[in-house]
Design a protein around this ligand. Structure first.
Ligand code: C2O
Ligand code: CU
Length: 470
């Protein structure tokens, strides 16, 4: 029996380490792999359709009309500048302005970003091949290389662009800019306020100070606030009532005047605030220490109002254009957290529907489907969830149905413990990322994909490919 003791100890150790070793081994990602083989298929209660690559169309065909000349042509050159990235020498990069229906053509040049770059058009439902996700819709552009993006500008609204190659690092360090589709009837004053934290320093449009904008009494003013950070921010206005004219590039229906309330702006999201200038200056505070100050003179900062506008009940209802109560597919996107291994790395990782990256859902749809998705957050932290290529309408939060203006989003703040129901029409074929826009979370595996049956991508992920979208 004396000899048996060490043997039992060895056996016990193996019993514990065996599975751990297997999990570790099992979590290792191949050097190059296709998204098509990643994760597990979810069909949302409908027949699958042919999701296999056999006979499938390549997403590279999903482009804007090749024969149409550009209405707006821009060249954007990405550079690495110490620990910053710049676009045409600045960060944020230049804002791009277009009108609805114009063909926008952007030539991206990578001067010297060693990790490679791409551009993703956040909130614009571009054709899939223009979506800018490295390893999914294109290869990352290497130093000295270039890539041309072409898409038709959507309805007027506020959008932004950013790299989708090593995005958790490249976006935080500057590789982004604003994209505005101008309204047919512009306000007297129209200003973009891109909020960004550079290593802990708050900025608006790249500057660490208040943004001062000239405006006279009686003028209408639109302030387009873009949250390019990883966390939510609150926006509030002192000195005038205001309206939330648009969320995520979509106008709200009959938004009413409000005051002494804050507006929650999720990471990656945008709000357009509209107000009429009084005779005195107005301060639009962007969460941290910075503000947009309208008019001349000063108005002191005010503490954040206690109540926030609830977009579930703000504005007046209007037709959605489809019936979300008759969905063709119903999906669940449940976010949790548990210890495990991702690519051999031990840690606490996000789970989607109980599983760890790369075993994340591949939500399969067919073109024309009405899709309903329930997003549940039981992970202990807030997640700004972003679906590419589509706008979804919010149906409910924690069982409370939406009663206000249709609330169309591309980025949704899902707080810990919250459950949202959203719906959208699958009207933009391709393969689309659906991830957390706290880009560090995405890099830690908080992502999934939406794919249309019958499509495939030739691009691959993994170190050997040079593509690392998150
Ligand atoms: Cu703004 Cu997948 O990103
Ligand atoms: Cu997250």
């Amino acid at each position: 029996m004396r000899k048996a003791r060490p043997l039992i100890a060895v056996a016990a150790t193996l019993l514990v380490l065996g599975p751990v070793g297997w999990w570790w081994q099992d979590s290792l990602l191949p050097d190059a792999y296709s998204l098509m083989s990643m994760g597990h298929v979810e069909l949302g209660g409908a027949a699958g359709g042919d999701h296999a690559a056999h006979g499938a169309r390549s997403i590279t065909e999903l482009v804007a009309d090749r024969n149409r000349p550009a209405d707006v042509a821009v060249t954007l050159t990405a550079r690495q500048d110490g620990d910053r990235y710049t676009v045409n020498g600045t960060t944020p990069g230049p804002a791009i302005f277009a009108r609805a229906g114009q063909l926008v053509q952007v030539r991206l040049v990578n001067a010297d970003v060693t990790g490679g770059v791409t551009l993703h058009w956040h909130g614009v439902d571009v054709p899939n091949a223009e979506d800018g996700v490295a390893g999914v819709t294109q290869d990352a552009v290497r130093p000295g290389g270039e890539h041309v993006y072409r898409f038709v500008a959507p309805e007027p609204g506020t959008f932004w662009y950013h790299s989708h190659q090593v995005s958790h690092e490249q976006v935080a360090r500057g590789l982004f800019g604003a994209l505005v589709v101008l309204p047919a009837q512009p306000s007297d004053v129209d200003t973009v306020a891109t909020a960004h934290l550079y290593g802990g320093t708050h900025t608006i449009n790249g500057s660490p100070s208040d943004l001062r904008v000239a405006a006279h009494a009686g003028q209408t003013v639109r302030v387009r606030v873009i949250n390019t950070d990883n966390g939510p921010m609150s926006v509030w206005v002192t000195g005038a009532p205001f309206r939330i004219a648009a969320v995520d590039g979509t106008d709200l229906h009959e938004p009413g005047d409000v005051r002494d309330v804050s507006v929650l702006l999720t990471a990656g999201g945008r709000v357009d605030l509209l107000l009429t200038m009084p005779a005195t200056p107005v301060r639009v505070q962007l969460g941290g220490p910075l503000s947009v100050v309208l008019g001349s003179g000063d108005v002191p900062p005010a503490p954040q109002p206690r109540t926030a506008v609830d977009l579930l009940s703000y504005g007046a209802p209007a037709a959605l254009g489809f019936d979300p109560d008759r969905p063709d597919r119903t999906f669940r996107y449940e976010i949790g957290r548990r210890p495990g291994f991702v690519d051999g790395r031990p840690g606490m990782f996000w789970t989607v529907n109980g599983r760890l990256f790369p075993d994340v859902p591949m939500y399969v749809v067919q073109e024309g489907d009405i899709v309903r998705m329930t997003i549940v957050n039981r992970s202990g932290e807030v997640h700004p969830m972003h679906l590419h290529g589509h706008h979804a309408v919010v149906l409910s939060r924690d069982g409370v149905r939406a009663t206000g203006s249709p609330w169309w989003i591309d980025s949704l703040n899902v707080g810990d413990g919250e459950t949202y129901e959203i719906a959208f029409v699958a009207d933009n074929p391709g393969i689309w990322a659906d991830h957390c826009h706290n880009l560090k979370h995405a890099a830690d595996g908080l992502l999934a994909h939406l794919m249309y049956a019958g499509y495939t991508t030739p691009y691959v992920l993994g170190p050997a490919s040079g593509n690392e979208p998150e």
